[in-house]
Design a protein around this ligand. Sequence first.
Ligand SMILES: *Cc1c(COP(=O)(O)O)cnc(C)c1O
Length: 358
Amino acid sequence: MSPMFVPGPVDVAPEVLQQQAKPMMPHRNKDFEAIFQRSEGKARQLFFTQFRVFLMTNSGSGAQEASVRNLSKERVLSCVNGSFSKRWYDCAVANGKAADKLEVQMGQAIHPEMVEEALKGQKYDLITLVHNETSTGVMNPVKEIAEVVHKLSPDTLIAVDAVSSLAGAKIEMDAWGLDVVFTSSQKCLALPPGLALCAVNDKAMARAAETPNRGWYFDFVLLEKHRVKDSTPMTPVMPLIFALDFQLDRILAEGLENRFARHSAMAKRCQDWAAGKGWPLLAPEGYRSQTLTVVVNPPEFDCAEFNKFVAPKGIRLANGYGDLKGKTFRIAHMGEITPANVDELLGLIDEYMAGKGK
Ligand SMILES: *Cc1c(COP(=O)(O)O)cnc(C)c1O
C-alpha cells in the first residue's frame, strides 16, 4: 500500500475496507446488537474509560456540536490555538452559547496557568480543549489543564477533541478526569470517514439531563436510552460499524502501548530529520504532536510540486492548513503508517530538494 501522509482521510487497510461490503441486516436485531455491543466495549479500552462510548453517525465536528449543546447552560471557555479549536468556538457561538475564547497564537500550546487565570475571572460550566491541533502539530497538555480545572472549578466540565490523536496517543479519560472525549473514524483509527466515537462520563450525562435545547440528533440522553439496548435512536452507519469492530481487533492485537510507541517513534524520526536539515518545527519542544509533524519549510520546498513528484508512487503529503498553506507542510504519521514508510517519505523529500540543488 502506498501511504498518504495526510491527517485524514487516511489509508484504510484492504481487509478493513472489505468489512464494509458485508450484507446489511436490520439494525434492531440481535446480530447487529451483538456487533454494536462488542465494538463499544473495545472502544472503551481506547479511551481508557469504564463509562460509555456513543457510536455516532457523523464526523468529528458533530461531536464538537453535541458537547456544547449537551453540556453548557451558562458559559463556555473555548481554548483556541489553531483552526480546529477555533471551529469549536464558532460552533458554540452558532449554537447560541455564551462563549469566551482563551486564544494563543497558532503554533503555541494552551498552558495550565492560562486556564487558571481564565477560571479566576469568570465562571464557566464547560471548557473545550483540542488535544492535538491538526493545523499546527501542537499537542496541548490536557492532563495538566484538567488538574487545574478540577482544583479551581470542579463544576466545570471538560470536553476534549481528540480527533487526530486518539488511538495514536494515550489519553486516559477516567484517570485524567475528562468528561467528554471524542474522535472520528478517518484519522488515527484508519477507517473511512463518517463515524464519530464519543465517550461521555456520568457527570456529563447528569449535566446533559438538565440542559435545555439539546436538540434531537445529538442528544446524549436519547443516545443513552438506546445505547443501553445496544442500539441507536436513528439508523447507524452499519458498514462503518462492521469495519470498526474488525479494526478494533487489529488495534488491540497490535497492543495499545505498542501502537502509541510506534506513533511516537515516527514523530521522533520526523523531528530529528527536520532538525538535521535546519527546518524548524512549528510546535515548541515539549508540545509536539505524536501523530503529525508540522514543518516550517524554506521557500524552495513547494508541497504541491513535491506531491506531483511523488504521485507516481501513490504518496501524498499534506500542505499547511488555512493561513499556514505554503509556509508549512504536515507529515501525518497516523493509522497504518509505519516507521519504514516515514523513512521512505523523508528520503524522497531529500531527493526532491537535492534536485533543486539544496
Ligand atoms: C479533522 C479534525 C476535526 C474535524 O473532524 P471531522 O471528522 O472532519 O468533522 C476536528 N478536530 C480536529 C482536531 C481534527 O483534526
